[in-house]
Design a protein around this ligand. Sequence first.
Ligand code: B1M
Length: 215
Amino acid sequence: MADLDAIRQAIIKGKRNDIVGLVQAALDDGADPNALINDYMIEAMKEVGARFEAKKIFVPEMMIAARTMQTGLDVIKPLIEADGSTKEKLGTVVIGTVFGDLHDIGKNLVVLMLESSGFEVINIGENVPPDTFVEKARELGADVVGLSSLLTTGDPYVKATVEAFKQSDLADKVKVICGGAAVTKKFAMETCGADGHAADAVDAVKAIKSLMGLN
Ligand code: B1M
């Protein structure tokens, strides 16, 4: 039986050379891809964050852990993607990380879950200024725009991006949903006036379907 805790430890310790073999062995043993991500890999990143906060590790270690996480996710990704490739597209979602924020792992997981659930998703990257969100949403015909924010210093940009949509010609056409560790439901919906909030990638699929009247 594959050692699932070794996956968690490999991410925390940034053992990028080991992660592919460990994840592949777990999958070969029949581990559920979503459980691997949620119960071991995301948990590992939470521990990395806690160690960073406690000053036990610093930015370089956090970066190596993130690369190890990403390498492990790349092994799992094709299995999850395969689920959505044949479905009819439910709608178009444009998603990015807000201005000033370079974190992309959580956003990329949201992209993966939305794609595997049948959405067309255009990932416009990180450090995205408010006006760029609006321009891209218009250009790409978005039904929903997703903002990801991991830094509390990003709060003003979440608010500015939601406001940029409200003041644009897309105000009544495009729904805006916010997520990421820095964004609470109260902040997103009451302070910023966003249409929706999601706590994680699975919740993002549910919330976007609900905003589009699909469930
Ligand atoms: Co950064 N970082 N980081 N970091 N980093 C955090 C976020 C932090 C909480 C760590 C800590 O102190 N405990 C802290 C923020 C504190 C705060 O603002 N309150 C922090 C800091 C301070 C910083 C720097 C400022 C450090 C520095 O330079 N001194 C710096 C900022 C750089 C910048 O962005 N301008 C920085 C840099 C980095 C790295 C580059 C080293 C690396 C990112 C690499 C990368 O993304 N490619 C990094 C990492 C890895 C982290 C932690 C450890 C892990 C983030 C992660 O990938 N988690 C993080 C600690 C933590 O989160 N506990 C931390 C796994 C991922 C799957 O979860 O991203 O939360 P998450 O996504 C979830 C949900 O949030 C949600 O679904 C996802 C899946 O479940 N979600 C959405 C996300 N987006 C969504 C959008 C939606 C819906 C749901 O709808 C649209």
